[in-house]
Each structure stands twice: as structure tokens, then as C-alpha cells.
Design a protein around this ligand. Sequence first.
Ligand code: UDP
Length: 326
Amino acid sequence: MGYIGSHTAVLLVQAGHQVHIYDNLCNSNASTLERIQRITSRDIGFTEGDVRNTEKLADVLRNEKIDAVIHLAGLKAVGESSQKPIEYYANNVQGSISLIQAMQSAGLSTLVFSSSATVYGDPVYLPYDEDHPTKPTNPYGRNKLQVEEMLRDLSVSDQAWRIACLRYFNPVGAHESGLIGEDPNGIPNNLMPVIGQVVSGKLAALNIFGDDYDTPDGTGKRDYIHVMDLAEGHLAALTWLEANPGCHIFNLGSGDSFSVLDLLRHFEEASGQSIPYQAVGRRPGDLPEYYAKADKAAKLLGWKTKQSLSDICESAWLWIKHSQNN
Ligand code: UDP
């Protein structure tokens, strides 16, 4: 029931699926369940449990008569993954093995896996397509790649498996209701939640990590994708897998890139607030620019992003305002 899972659950329910959420709440809040129910006007099943508890997970898969799994149970802070690598390998790699074993025990073989553009590492060329070499530069990215490789091996060994690995670019924005959005525990690392803390007065200013990159305004450029577009990508993958066994990789991005200052200006416009900022040194490990070639998802899944950077900022602002009042 984290950021991406909550938005995906809303979309799946609205598309007529029955959803059961399994989460250990280590980086999410039980109140999100109630909010998902408010948005969808439906009861949603929920089990509190760790992805590494294989037996409990298998019981849920069987008892709830689940027929497909969307696996989003990963730790995702890149910096933290270098400080606590074993925690990351245990949760992200061991957790995925446990999930596969639970699925095997319950007789399931359809899986959508939340992967990341981090698997590519330093760009050899841009935009990244799915055939770009993979050389992740941090434990988090290596976790994602190892799970992808494991899933590919699994699909070769047993042709019943239908797996989609979705390589996300930079998910941002919130549901249009303003009821759910990104709400990281502790100090945020990612740009949008940091901007959120600046506009709500929790932080004095945005630190821009580097204004001397070889980009038009000197700040880093990323492929920002609205979280509801991302949710649609999961639904499209799930539907496509019904007719397509095997293990398949898809980039989910917009195919465009925007700088930190672009995002800041769009957010100022959407919110009517001015956002104080200062340029500080580059963040170690950051790339000047990257973005997706998302043609494969367009061609095979019939999916592409619909929402603009303004839509993204308007929805994020709505969520921030809503969280301030609740
Ligand atoms: N960024 C920044 N200040 C922050 C957080 C991020 O200037 O407080 C920049 C970062 O250097 C990068 C962009 O915003 O150019 C997106 O960073 P984020 O951490 O959101 O995503 P990622 O680095 O994983 O692409």
C-alpha cells in the first residue's frame, strides 16, 4: 500500500478487478487502505504480512483465490541501499524468491514486477531502450536487475509463467482526489516530496543538486511520469500477459525529460506558491540526464503517458494541500 501500489489498486478496482493488498507497512500507512476504499467505494481485502513470510503469503494467495500478482514490495531509497545493502538484498531479492515460492505453492504463474530504470546505469546512449546494457551503480539497482534475471530464468525453466518487468522512470504526482499520494517516512530524498516539504514550510528551501551539468539550464533532467499513468501501465501489462507467456521487459516513461528548474517552475505555477531554492553541489551518483524510449510499451501494450508536467504538479499540489489539512 505504498505510493505506487495504492494508485494501482485504485485503478484496478475501478477497472473491475478484485484486489487484495499484502503489505508489512514498513514504509506505508494503514490509513491508506481506508482512503483507497473511499475513492473506490469498495471494500478492499488487506493482510499485514512480510513478503518473506512464504507460508503466510501462500495462504493468502490460496484463500483469496488470487490469479495474478503485482509485486511492489521493495525498499527503494537508492542512497540508503548503499548504507544498508543486506537489508536491501534481504527485502528485495530474498523477498522476491519468497514470493515466487509462495506463488508456486499456490499454483500461480502471472506476475507483474516493479523494476526500475536504475538497472541501466550510466547511459551508453539515450534514450534508454530495453536493449540498452544494464550496469546498475548501486545495491538498489542491482537488486532490481537480479530479480529480473531470476524471473527470466524461471520463465525459461517453466513455460507456464507470464511475467512483465516494468522499468519505471521517475514516478511523481498523485491521485486526482488528493486523498492518496507520495508520503515517504522520514526525510525525503526524491525531488517532488522535497518540494512538497518546502511548500508546506517543513524545509526552508530546495537544495538543487548541481546547476553545472551539461544541460540547457545546468540542472539534472529526468523522465517524470504521472503515477496514474504508471498505474495504467500495470493494468495494460496484466491484460497483455493473458495472451503472452514468457518474461517481458517494458520501459514505462514518457520519452521526454525535464530539468529540476522545469519541475520547480511548473509546480510554482500549479500552486501559486514561490519555492525558494539554492544550488548546492552535485549529489554523488547522479546522472546529468536520462529518459525512456517507451515505444515497446506503446506498440505491444497500447500504453503511453497521457498526463503533462502541469497535470503532475497540479495533482501533487492537491495532495500536499490535502495532507496539510488532515
Ligand atoms: N534533486 C535535487 N534536489 C533534491 C532532490 C533531487 O536537485 O532535493 C534532483 C536530482 O539531482 C535529480 C532530480 O532532482 O536531478 C531527480 O531526483 P530524484 O531523487 O527525484 O530521482 P532520481 O535521482 O532517482 O532520478
